[in-house]
Write a protein that binds this ligand. Structure first.
Ligand code: PRP
Length: 193
């Protein structure tokens, strides 16, 4: 068994549990998009491991594209939409779009992204997430499919970062408090506590 990183408090989901959950998500997409050719839109960059695992677990023909948004972690007001840093290459008009995200936390990012993409008139638009931090919601948002519900802790691994590190852990875990307390005020991910 892999040695646990010393910055980790507790593993929430092992690689095996993540693999099984993503397989199920792939099946959900196959079932719901039979005969269609969905466009999977990954919101970079925490989504990278989830996105990569998810697409190879989908049998239905699909296409992929990516977007980058400015982070909410900072002084952006709740009423402000996140700004597009990198837009889609594809026109989504008339397409069956699935937004793929790593986490719904406050819900601000996804509710704004959905609103933004709906204006481009896709035929359908659904949201699939790896994690749902249900207790952190400040706006009303519910993903169409979610792999795991997580408690309100600082989550790292499998794409989730601590100050841009730890994204490469093969499991999803809770970061030790003493690690993020050290420089909490300067961290972009401080809201994940
Ligand atoms: C994370 C995550 C979502 C957003 C969710 O992005 O990927 O986009 O926060 O938070 P919300 O529900 O409170 O809006 P982050 O800005 O950390 O960027 P990253 O994906 O590059 O890590």
């Amino acid at each position: 068994m892999q040695k646990l990183d010393k910055r980790i408090e507790k593993v929430l989901f092992t690689k095996q549990q993540i693999d099984a959950a993503i397989k199920k998500a792939g099946k959900w997409i196959d079932k719901n998009y039979k005969g269609k050719k969905p466009l999977l839109v990954g919101i970079l960059k925490g989504v990278v491991p989830f996105f990569g695992h998810l697409v190879v677990n989908i049998k239905t023909d699909l296409t992929i594209d990516f977007m980058v948004f400015s982070s909410y972690h900072g002084n952006v007001k709740a009423t402000t939409e996140p700004k597009i840093v990198m837009d889609l290459k594809n026109d989504i008009k008339g397409k069956d779009v699935i937004i793929v995200e790593d986490i719904v936390d406050t819900g601000k990012t996804l509710s704004a992204v959905v609103k933004m993409l709906k204006r481009r008139k896709p035929r359908s638009l659904k949201v699939v997430t790896l994690l749902d931090k249900k207790d952190s919601r400040t706006v009303n948002f519910k993903p169409d499919y979610n792999c795991f519900v997580v408690p309100n802790h600082y989550i790292v691994g499998f794409g989730f970062d601590y100050d841009e590190t730890l994204r490469n852990l093969p499991y999803i875990a809770i970061l030790k408090k003493e690690i993020y307390n050290k420089n909490l005020s300067t961290l972009k991910g401080a809201k994940k506590c």
